[in-house]
Design a protein around this ligand. Structure first.
Ligand code: PLP
Length: 404
């Protein structure tokens, strides 16, 4: 592509992005303009970049998952039905769940969106934490539902009592534990309280995308087993390193499953994702090993931050919020000048930036870059030919919105 073609191509995309933004903003009110979403997806990262901005797993899929993918390739001409059955059976056996309480999706974003569409409406609010994971707010905007954002407590758990008090018309309560972006847990007893006291007809959706990283977290699957109006989301995108392969579960009783699946057309799973997920579940060393490695790296970063006088929200996850004591966007931009891509900010905590825990080597490079930025060696935005910072663009992508 010539330079002018490339420019036109970029302009057309930008125009398309703006058109998508305009229609979504109309649907979602101020939600999206308030949020600084993810980076642009139509540009590659520069060579050698340290990418710790999207809560991905730098290790990628396990060896057992890779082997399973390679072995299944010849079957790529067939749909995934019986392979999906095996995945469900495997997870059901591990969790002691009936098989009809588990649905498989390409990631957890899909059931998250469908559940919000199913249980919220102009008369039934969507209730979430602030700061919290924003994807459901976008879906609530599409459903025409009011979004009720409730600040976290002083210990960064969901303030379930305030969530109940602020939304007597709630359709769906979204609880993310460990929370994205804080990496903090909401006690199981608080989730139980929410489930017991919620308005009739509403549901509680517990997003456990990061639960494998946390110490002392009690999953909410027992509430599903007890027949409560609870949907638990799980994903293979985080500890299992399969964000690009796409696999996740909605765990709920069949009546709720049906309402979620009403939004899904014929959309069989990619066989590669299904066999990789099954192999990962059968690999009993995988979660404990990766959890240990993530915690060790995270704690070393925390020690370094602490001994250098920086503060942060103590996290149980693969990400944490770091206090910069200045406009977090400037820090993000200055870090990018050093080829270190850190995550985003939440408007309610504008001086904090979210950092994903990468490998030990990546985190050492992060530390070097962060110290330079904080000492003022690198400031402000990049001048010259570079395009707009990824973090200035509100998560736009030709195919819609992207959060991580
Ligand atoms: N839930 C939370 C809390 C997340 O942070 C993410 C992605 O970052 C998702 C859900 C969606 O992930 P996926 O669709 O890859 O499962």
């Amino acid at each position: 592509m010539s330079q002018s073609e490339s420019h036109n191509h970029f302009s057309r995309r930008s125009f398309l992005n703006l058109a998508i933004a305009a229609s979504a903003t109309a649907a979602c009110g101020t939600i999206l303009s308030e949020s600084l979403l993810a980076r642009r997806l139509d540009e590659p990262y520069p060579k050698g970049a340290i990418v710790i901005d999207s809560n991905e797993n730098p290790l990628g899929p396990s060896q057992s998952a890779r082997d399973a993918i390679a072995a299944v390739i010849p079957q790529g001409g067939r749909y995934s039905d019986y392979l999906t059955t095996e995945l469900i059976e495997t997870f059901a056996a591990i969790e002691g769940l009936p098989k009809n309480h588990i649905s498989v999706f390409p990631g957890s974003s899909e059931p998250l969106h469908y559940a919000v569409l199913a249980f919220t409406s102009p008369a039934k609010s969507y209730v979430t934490a602030d700061p919290g994971y924003e994807a459901g707010m976008h879906a609530a905007g599409v459903a025409g539902a009011k979004v009720v954002k409730v600040p976290l407590t002083g210990s960064y758990s969901h303030d379930v009592r305030a969530m109940l008090a602020k939304a007597p018309d709630a359709g769906l309560f979204y609880v993310c534990t460990p929370n994205n972006p804080t990496g903090t847990l909401t006690p199981h007893s608080d989730i139980e309280y929410l489930v017991e006291d919620k308005p009739q007809g509403s549901v509680v959706m517990v997003d456990e995308a990061y639960i494998h990283y946390a110490d002392g977290a009690t999953p909410a699957i027992d509430l599903v087993k007890a027949g409560k109006d609870v949907i638990v989301l799980r994903t293979f995108s985080k500890i299992y390193g399969m964000a690009g392969l796409r696999c996740g579960f909605a765990i709920a009783k069949p009546e709720l499953q049906q309402k979620i699946r009403n939004f899904q057309g014929f959309n069989p799973m990619p066989i590669t994702a299904v066999v990789a997920a099954t192999a990962s579940l059968k690999d009993s060393a995988l979660v404990p090993e990766r959890k240990r490695a993530n915690a060790a790296t995270r704690e070393r970063v925390f020690d370094w931050l602490h001994s250098n006088g920086y503060s942060f929200v103590p996290s149980q996850s693969n990400c944490f919020l770091l206090q910069t004591n200045r406009d977090g966007k400037q820090v993000i931009d200055a870090m990018q000048q050093q080829n270190v891509f850190v995550g985003r900010i939440w408007p309610i905590m504008p001086t904090y930036v979210r950092i994903t825990v990468g490998t030990q080597i990546e985190m050492e490079q992060f530390q070097t870059a962060f110290a330079r930025v904080m000492k003022g060696a690198v400031v402000g935005k990049v001048a010259g030919p570079q395009k707009t910072s990824r973090n200035d663009v509100p998560g736009l992508h030709p195919s819609g919105f992207r959060f991580a």
